[in-house]
Design a binder for this molecule. Sequence first.
Ligand SMILES: C[S@@+](CC[C@H](N)C(=O)[O-])C[C@H]1O[C@@H](n2cnc3c(N)ncnc32)[C@H](O)[C@@H]1O
Length: 323
Amino acid sequence: MPHEAPDNQRTTERLRRLDTDAALRRRIRPLCRLAPGGVWEDPERGHRVGVLDAACGADVARIMGDGRARLVIADPPYNLELGGRRSGALGKRSLTAYLEFSRRWVEQAAAMSADDAHLYVWLGADWRNGYQPLPDFMLLMREQPGFVPRNFITLRNQRGYGTRTNWMWVRQELLHYVRGRPFFQVVYTDVPKTLGGYYKDIGGRRTHNLERGLAPTLRAGNVWVDIQQVFYRLEENVPGCYAQKPLKAIRRIIESSSRPGDLVADGFAHAGTTLLAGELTGRQVYTFDLDPIFAEITIRRLERFRQSGKTGWQWRSPFPEIE
Ligand SMILES: C[S@@+](CC[C@H](N)C(=O)[O-])C[C@H]1O[C@@H](n2cnc3c(N)ncnc32)[C@H](O)[C@@H]1O
């Protein structure tokens, strides 16, 4: 048994990035319980996980059945080369082709949604290429029947230390659209309120803002600076997943924009963050990914959580069979 560094001294993950390593993918594919077109149904809570295409009507109908989601979360590829590497599912295509793909998956997001529903879309902007695809996607959404804009959230998302020749890019955009009049509930961060000194006369009495507030912590606005980017030291980290979103961010979306028992859908499952956040908050989740490896990771992440209470693998591999 080779010597293993203690948890707090490790500097790498157990598994390399899964989308770009062909040899690694060949070893993992036989471990995946779903083939393209397959859907797994959770015997405990009725969640569903599929290997399906978010832009294909027949695929979406297969997993949704008669179900309609109150909340759809979409984290599509951003049309950027992440870490300078491209893969089949995450690469750079012409803007025209990317927008045609976006139009098709947004149409399917509408087909998945209830009459009163939220749609949240994570997206990026490439400054080397005229900030595409963020503004182009926003314009496309203007023409899309059904959804109307509700908000434009920015998550502080620091990857590495950035460059010395430009402002460090620490933003991640999250677009919020709605159709109909969906339920929405204000949620709070865990950042304590510290700024006092605002007074207001209420009913003839002078009150201080800290006493007027309903909660001891700050309410979440549309700039989220209190969420840690996922990296290999965090328990929730899923090695091999290059685009994992923080559980806390997905939980915040779910808790503000759905009720317990509601159906939540996500057609870009990847590390299975939406499924786990739904499990933690008592929502039912239908989720899928084009790649059988990410669908398998999504199912394993739920199973691991139920068995151990752990939200991810930290630096350990989700596929210990191939070690
Ligand atoms: C940015 S990641 C999603 C990250 C996810 N929110 C998380 O926290 O783990 C995008 C995922 O979409 C998948 N994907 C790409 N094209 C797809 C398509 N047409 N249908 C379904 N999934 C697709 C990729 O395989 C990748 O896993």
